[in-house]
Design a protein around this ligand. Structure first.
Ligand SMILES: Cc1cc2nc3c(=O)[nH]c(=O)nc-3n(C[C@H](O)[C@H](O)[C@H](O)COP(=O)(O)OP(=O)(O)OC[C@H]3O[C@@H](n4cnc5c(N)ncnc54)[C@H](O)[C@@H]3O)c2cc1C
Length: 383
C-alpha cells in the first residue's frame, strides 16, 4: 500500500520537518501537538550543513539565513587559561567544503520558520493542544496510512512499537541561559562558536543575532528526578553550577553569575531499540534516539530522519519503507552517539588525559579538524 496520508505526533523539529518533507512528495499529514501554542524557552541551536542542505530543499533555509549568524569558526578553548586549543573554520569554508551553510540561531526561530512553512502548505494540518496518550488518532481525523511518533524524549508512541527505546537520565545537566551582548563584550568572541573545556564540565557560547544576546550552555554532571525537559533551576542547583565552575577563569565565572533566564535541562538519552513495528508506526527524532548534545546534532538528526523517512514512504509500500528507513538510519545514529561519547570524554578530561588531549589538538591543522567532520556535515540525505 502506498501512502496518501500520515498522522504525526509532535510538532517539534522532527514533526514539522516530516510534514514538509511528506508534502514535497504530495503526501498530506495531520500533526497533533500537545502544547496549546509553539512558544519556546530561551535556547540556541547550531544548524550544521547536513541539516541546512535539507532545509534548503524544503524552502525553509531563506527564512533562517535572514535571522541567523554564520560563525567564522568553532573554537575549543581552555576554560581555565583561555588558551585556544583548536579552531575549525566555518563561515565561507563550510559553504565551500560541505556545499551548505553552518548557522546559529534561537531554537524558536527554527521552529517558527518550519511552522510558517507548514501553515502555508495546504497538505499540512496542525492541531495544537491535542495530547495523544496511546497513539489513537482523535475522532474526526482522517484515517492515516502511517503513524509517525515525533513526540520527543518521553515518547508515548514508543508503546506501540515492541522493544522500542526507553529514556534514561544520563547523569548530566545542561544549564541554558543568555547574557546580553553588552555584558559579553570583551569577554566572548562575537564571530565564533566557542566551547570552553574544563574538568568534568564545558561551556558553549555563541552569539544570537536575532536577540542581540549570547547563548550559553553549561554542561556538567548532576542529579535529576524530573522527567521534564526544562525548568527554572532552584537556588541550590544554581549554586551547584557556580561551585562546579569556581576554579574556572574569572571572566567566564562572572558571566555565569550575570546569567539571565537560566533553565535547567536534565539530559536524557534513549537506549537502543526498535524504531518501527514492521507495519504502520515509526519513531523519529528524539523519540527514536534522544542523545547527549556533545556533538550538537540532535535537531540535525531529527531533520535528516524526517526527510529520509518521507523519501522512503513516497517510493515504497509502508512496511517496507519503515524497514528501509530504520536500516539506513541506525548505523549513522550509532556512529554519532560514539562521536558524542568521545567528545564528552575529551571535553571533560582531567589530569594526564587532558594534557594528552591538548597536545593532540595542537598538532591538528584546521583542515584536518574540518576533515574529521566530513562524514557528519557532508552527508547527503536520500531524496
Ligand atoms: C542543551 C541542549 C543543546 C542542544 N543543542 C543542539 C544543537 O546545537 N544542534 C542540534 O542539532 N541539536 C541540539 N540539541 C538537540 C535538539 O534540541 C533535539 O534533539 C531536538 O530538538 C529534538 O527534536 P524532536 O522534534 O525530536 O523532539 P522535541 O523537540 O522534544 O519535540 C517533541 C514534540 O512532541 C510534543 N509531544 C510530546 N508528547 C506528546 C503527546 N503525547 N501528544 C502530542 N504531542 C506530544 C512535545 O510537546 C514537543 O513539541 C540540543 C539539546 C539540548 C538539551
Amino acid at each position: 500500500m502506498s501512502v496518501e496520508h500520515a498522522a504525526i505526533v509532535g510538532a517539534g523539529v522532527a514533526g514539522l520537518t516530516a510534514a514538509l518533507a511528506l508534502a514535497k512528495h504530495g503526501i498530506s499529514s495531520e500533526i497533533f501537538e500537545q502544547a496549546p501554542s509553539l512558544d519556546e524557552v530561551g535556547a540556541g541551536l547550531q544548524i550544521s550543513p547536513n541539516a541546512s542542505r535539507i532545509l534548503g530543499k524544503l524552502d525553509v533555509l531563506d527564512r533562517l539565513t535572514a535571522l541567523w549568524l554564520e560563525p567564522q569558526a568553532i573554537r575549543l578553548i581552555s576554560g581555565t587559561t583561555l588558551r585556544e586549543l583548536a579552531s575549525v573554520p566555518m563561515g565561507d569554508t563550510a559553504r565551500l567544503r560541505w556545499s551548505a551553510p553552518y548557522g546559529v540561531l534561537h531554537r524558536a526561530s527554527l521552529q517558527g520558520a518550519l511552522l510558517g512553512a507548514v501553515q502555508q502548505n495546504p497538505l499540512c494540518t496542525l492541531h495544537l493542544g491535542v495530547r495523544l496518550e496511546s497513539g489513537d488518532i482523535p475522532d474526526g481525523s482522517r484515517k492515516a496510512d502511517v503513524l509517525i511518533g515525533a513526540d520527543g524524549a518521553w515518547s508515548k508512541i514508543r508503546d506501540k512499537v515492541a522493544d522500542s527505546p526507553v529514556s534514561r537520565f544520563s547523569g548530566n545537566i545542561a544549564y541554558r541561559f543568555t547574557v546580553s551582548a553588552a555584558d559579553a563584550r570583551g569577554a566572548l568572541d562575537q564571530h565564533s562558536v566557542a566551547a570552553y573545556l574544563g574538568p568534568s564540565a564545558h561551556l558553549v557560547c555563541y552569539p544570537l543575532r536575532e536577540a542581540d544576546r549570547f547563548n550559553m550552555v553549561a554542561i556538567t554532571s548532576g542529579h535529576s528526578t524530573a522527567q521534564a525537559w526544562s525548568g527554572q533551576p532552584t537556588a541550590g542547583q544554581r549554586q551547584q553550577l557556580l561551585s562546579r565552575f569556581s576554579r574556572w577563569n574569572g571572566t567566564l565565572l562572572s558571566l555565569l553569575e550575570k546569567s539571565e533566564e537560566m533553565t535547567f535541562w536534565p539530559l536524557y538519552e534513549a537506549t537502543h531499540g526498535k524504531w518501527q513495528n514492521g507495519r504502520d508506526t515509526v519513531l523519529i527524532g528524539d523519540a527514536a534516539h534522544a542523545m547527549m548534545p556533545f556533538a550538537a546534532q540532535g535537531a540535525a538528526m531529527a531533520i535528516e530522519d524526517a526527510y529520509e523517512l518521507a523519501s522512503f514512504l513516497a517510493k515504497r509500500p509502508v512496511a517496507e519503507a519503515l524497514r528501509m528507513f530504520e536500516a539506513r538510519r541506525v548505523p549513522r545514529i550509532n556512529r554519532l552517539r560514539q562521536r558524542g561519547a568521545f567528545n564528552q570524554f575529551a571535553y571533560h578530561a582531567r589530569g594526564p588525559v587532558r594534557i594528552g588531549r591538548d597536545i593532540v589538538l595542537s598538532l591538528k591543522s584546521p583542515q584536518s579538524l574540518a576533515a574529521d567532520l566530513d562524514w557528519i556535515y557532508g552527508y547527503h540525505a536520500i531524496d
